[in-house]
Design a protein around this ligand. Structure first.
Ligand code: FMN
Length: 337
């Protein structure tokens, strides 16, 4: 089905193709995955997942297709990024396919309908699976910490977990919140607003060893639920494109997995990590687990391979775990470090 649709979708502007995809999924036209192999069931930061493969933030920014993406077979889905007030984002065009590289560059800039609208949808259409809410700050915010706190207050009662996104490259200055002093204050404020809801922090792949150590220390001291590694990169590894924005997809796999491994070493396995970046196969999901991830997310792989990718990754991952004698996902975590 996707093989026939792909040329049609790829003939359209990427953002328009995405809009049509969301509309089709919201209309109930999405495929349904089969039951999960029991070997894939796992628990991350107290969250019981039927499988460790999640949908990364940005696909369903406004909480329109949670049911459809969970039905596709994802073990958890992350909506957002949402900001306190709705905002339009950057001028179009702002999403670009790099087809030869199986990559995407985006500079959307947190286009979203605001946290209240997304939470109204989540309240009205709460699906049975695991839903995380990724939160951010408005571009013109005068108090970014207050923006995160406001989103956390609104989302915590409805979300299975929150993700503090301090790593989008498309909101000027946002990544500065990864500096240890700022991050510690932000984590303390969000955790106070989130109550018992687990709080993850999503980081950039563009971090030097000193920055990784600083973030790891603050994450451990702040007793967050875990780190999501990583967002898109400002680097252009092996890619030639004049477009500004964050790069995702195949070229991000190696650098994001290296940074994931560095975080696993820096945290000594004491903090759950979720590995994201360039995953489009069971082998790559397995490599993220072996580098230290307790679960994995993807987005760009769906653009190039369609929804059947979800079942393929899960089937191949289960086969790899069995081949290597692992009795569970958790048993494989960090074994390749
Ligand atoms: C079009 C697009 C929009 C995205 N929007 C967000 C977002 O709103 N918040 C966020 O934390 N990450 C966002 N991301 C980053 C993804 O969640 C993910 O971290 C990154 O794309 C790497 O994974 P991938 O290579 O599997 O796509 C976006 C990615 C893409 C391609």
């Amino acid at each position: 089905m996707f093989a026939r649709l792909r040329p049609l979708l790829f003939a359209l502007d990427p953002e328009r193709a995405h809009g049509l995809t969301i509309a089709a999924l919201a209309a109930g036209l999405g495929p349904r995955g089969g039951p999960d192999d029991p070997l894939l069931a796992t628990t991350v930061a107290g969250l019981a997942l039927p499988n460790p493969l999640g949908l990364a933030a940005g696909f369903d920014k406004d909480a329109r297709v949670m049911r459809a993406t969970l039905a596709m077979g994802f073990g958890f889905v992350e909506i957002g990024t949402v900001t306190p007030r709705p905002q339009a984002g950057n001028p179009r065009p702002r999403v670009f396919r790099l087809v030869a590289d199986a990559a995407v560059i985006n500079r959307l800039g947190f286009n979203n309908g605001g946290v209240a609208a997304a939470m109204a949808r989540l309240r009205a259409h709460r699906p049975a699976g695991m839903v995380g809410v990724n939160i951010g700050a408005n571009r013109d915010s005068v108090d970014r910490v207050a923006d995160y706190v406001g989103c956390a207050r609104a989302a915590a009662p409805l979300a299975d977990y929150l993700t503090v996104n301090v790593s989008s490259p498309n909101t000027p200055g946002l990544r500065g919140l990864q500096d240890p002093g700022e991050l510690a204050a932000l984590i303390a404020a969000v955790r106070a607003a989130a109550g018992a809801t687990p709080v993850f922090v999503k980081v950039a792949p563009d971090l030097d060893p000193g920055a990784i150590d600083g973030i790891a220390r603050v994450a451990l001291d702040g007793a967050i639920a875990g780190l999501i590694v990583s967002n898109t990169t400002l680097a252009r590894p092996g890619v030639t494109s004049a477009e500004a924005g964050g790069l995702s997809g195949a070229p991000l796999f190696a650098p994001s997995t290296a940074v994931l491994g560095a975080f696993a070493r820096a945290t000594g396995g004491a903090l759950p990590l979720i590995g994201v970046g360039g995953v489009a196969s069971g082998e790559q999901a397995y490599a993220k687990l072996r580098a230290g991830a307790s679960a994995v997310q993807l987005y760009t792989g769906l653009v190039y391979h369609g929804p059947a990718l979800v079942g393929r990754i899960k089937g191949d991952l289960a086969a790899l775990l069995r081949r290597d004698g692992f009795a569970s996902v958790a048993a494989a975590v960090g074994t390749g470090a």
